[in-house]
Design a protein around this ligand. Structure first.
Ligand code: PRX
Length: 653
């Protein structure tokens, strides 16, 4: 990518004039401030943007690196910063949340009302004995109650771990078990795309698998009215436990390093890992990125379409917007129900001014608009929009241009934000009132973030040359550890072969030879990104081999126009290799099996059967080869080390 050949998109003078980071000089000044006095830069923002109960005097503690700590002697409460301080500032009646249900019903919740809901929920948790440091698993749909549950945990210093409502009983069980949760907050079911989907029965199944004995209380939010069974002495309805709770609850002031949440995410090996985040440093970057990357202003209506089950929903639904006193849209449903114009209609109805979504959603809506004029964004009044965002996967330039033109009317900057569950907030992203945009590039690091591209030994590579994306200095909202597995944290993120001091993101990147703009080239490990969801190939392989018919399985990704990457599984059955209708039947069986073992997002799109897998003479599966086969490419790699070259024919699509 050279900027000579690509068009640059500049923010309008009006946007620049009012922007928090106004022009490239302002961006550079922030970077220079961080360069000159790294700790001072973050400390200044932490003092300006967070209300501390006990101000900190220490900034960065590197004594146990890479277990970095920030603002260690400061005390604060995240829920206080998100709710009370907005009420105290006279914004109690301001709308915090515009909730739109799957069926289109709209409910508005003011800051005052949200505070009282959170306090009641916090009191309910306390009444059950949940206390500071306890883990609470939240398995809820995208509703106000999900946000309230998270904020309530934050209020009493309990560490929440949200499990996406699309995960299976087994996945839920594993997360409850790993976190040693004392309480589970779930619902009878959820509404999505006009359907009522059960949730509590899945939780019951998780319990029946064993390993959830740490859970003493299950709170059930009545959402769908679906049939559920309640276990006496353990399960209680949310409305019943809330009925007698007072509407105020003194926040628990916690140390800045107190774990605000765990969020499980996939790695290249083993089971999903519990990424542990802090309170102070995390909140700081949630607020800073809202201000600088999203340029949030009091009059904005912010809409992030993520689910609270993912980190984007944590930082840019539950915490960031509220900590900034913003009004935000929260959506229960899916972009294609009742039709693929739903997002555009909601932007129109709620006058959303900042819209943040994933490239997969954009691509599917482009496809829908191409075939049905009625759901094309031009049919809607999107004039309220002033800024767009993209997250979760690389956005292809064609989708970027369409988003810019058809949704943003050619006037809205697009912030292509690169970050991860582990980073807590944006790492590489344009500043919308400063950075000239290049479609497909997340441009430059957030001010203060020391992102770089290095080779296998940890040495910088020159601009224009691809390499490994790293972060050279610790930052406040970074992952603190992997819950219960500090060794794995060190190995995964601070590997010795890079010198042990560089944070390894797990992505490849290249910087433009002239501008230094970053383009993410995709994961360099065995992690797939399907529709912006992270999946470990090993997890899917383990699920497949757990099926009684499967002897061996290898999973790789292949490019997909819609979902970015698609999951392709190569399977050896215990019996004969199936063909024709029999193969189709087993494919469906295995897809459903993986859906049940992990969740529907993990279902392989392609399954191919072989009598064996391509292996080297020492028995190693040749994944490189499988990736070529998955793509439908002619195998050009050297297959001379292959034990069984004839197998390749069978595994072609
Ligand atoms: O591969 C990168 C991709 O998503 C991964 C992180 O996934 P997760 O922890 O689930 O968090 C997703 C939401 C923050 C990264 O390692 N990724 C995320 N954002 C981008 C991206 N790839 C390219 N461009 C992005 N803007």
């Amino acid at each position: 990518m050279s900027n000579e050949s690509v068009q640059l998109y500049y923010p309008s003078p009006e946007f620049v004039k009012n922007a928090a980071v106004s022009g490239m000089d302002a961006y550079k000044a922030l970077c220079a401030e961080a360069e000159k006095d790294y700790e001072g830069y973050w400390a200044r923002h932490a003092r300006e943007l967070i209300t501390w109960q006990t101000p900190f005097t220490k900034v960065l503690d590197e004594s146990e690196a890479p277990f970095y700590k920030w603002f260690t002697d400061g005390k604060l409460n995240v829920s206080y910063n998100c709710l009370d301080r907005n009420v105290e500032a006279g914004n109690g009646d301001k709308t915090a949340i515009i909730f739109e249900a799957d069926d289109g019903q709209v409910t508005k919740v003011s800051y005052k009302e949200l505070l009282s809901k959170v306090c009641k929920m916090a009191n309910a948790l306390k009444s059950m004995g949940v206390k500071k440091g306890d883990r609470v698993v939240i398995y809820l749909p995208m509703t106000v109650e999900g946000i309230v549950a998270m904020q309530a945990c934050a209020r009493i210093g309990a560490t929440h771990s949200v499990v996406f409502g699309g995960f299976s009983a087994q996945s839920l069980r594993d997360r409850i078990n790993d976190a040693g949760a004392v309480c589970l907050i779930t619902s009878d079911g959820q509404f999505r795309g006009g359907k009522s989907i059960p949730l509590k029965p899945i939780a019951d199944e998780a319990f029946s698998l064993g390993g959830c004995e740490s859970v003493k209380n299950v709170i059930v939010f009545k959402r769908t009215g679906g049939e559920v069974s309640m276990t006496a002495g353990r399960d209680q309805w949310l409305h019943e436990v809330l009925a007698s709770q007072p509407e105020t609850c003194e926040p628990e002031w916690v140390e800045a390093e107190h774990p605000l949440f765990l969020l499980y995410t996939s790695g290249s090996t083993g089971k999903p890992k519990g990424v542990q985040h802090s309170t102070g440093g995390y909140l700081l970057q949630a607020i800073m990125t809202m201000k600088y990357s999203f340029d949030i202003k009091p009059a904005d209506v912010f809409w992030c379409t993520a689910d609270i089950g993912w980190v984007t929903g944590h930082t840019y639904i539950t915490y960031g917007p509220l900590a900034c006193g913003a009004t935000e849209v929260v959506f229960e449903g899916v972009p294609t129900y009742p039709d693929a114009g739903r997002f555009w209609k909601m932007i129109q109805d709620h006058k959303a001014s900042i819209f943040y979504t994933a490239p997969t959603a954009i691509r599917s809506l482009i496809k829908a608009a191409d075939t049905n004029e009625a759901v094309h964004p031009k049919k809607y009044d999107l004039s309220s929009l002033r800024l767009l965002g993209s997250v979760g996967e690389p956005i292809n330039p064609a989708a970027w241009e369409w988003y810019h033109q058809n949704v943003g009317g050619g006037r809205c900057p697009i912030v292509d934000t690169f970050w991860q569950t582990e980073t807590g907030g944006h790492m590489i992203t344009p500043m919308p009132g400063a950075t000239p945009l290049v479609p497909g590039s997340c441009t430059l690091p957030f001010p203060g973030i020391q992102a770089a591209v290095v080779d296998e030994t940890g040495s910088d590579v020159p601009w224009g040359q691809g390499g490994i994306l790293v972060v050279k200095k610790p930052w406040p909202s970074m992952i603190r550890t992997i819950y219960g597995d500090p060794e794995r944290f060190k190995k995964s993120y601070y590997p010795e072969d890079l010198g042990g001091t560089l944070y390894l993101a797990g992505d490849g990147a290249i910087r433009d030879a002239k501008t230094g703009y970053f383009t993410i080239t995709g994961r360099i490990d065995d992690v797939l990104n399907v529709s912006g969801h992270r999946m470990g190939t090993m997890e899917i392989e383990s699920a497949l081999v757990a099926h009684e018919k499967v002897a061996e399985a290898a999973v790789v990704g292949r490019p997909d126009d819609l979902t970015g990457e698609a999951i392709c599984a190569f399977v050896v059955l215990k019996g004969a290799r199936p063909t024709g209708d029999e193969a189709k039947k087993v494919i469906k069986e295995l897809q459903d099996w993986v859906g049940k073992e992990i969740g529907p997002i993990a279902k392989p799109k392609d399954i191919r059967f072989g009598e064996n897998l391509p292996k080297t003479r020492s028995g190693k599966i040749m994944r490189r080869l499988l990736r070529s086969l998955a793509k439908g490419e002619e195998v050009t790699q050297d297959t001379s080390t292959l034990e069984n070259p004839a197998i390749l024919e069978q595994l072609k699509g």
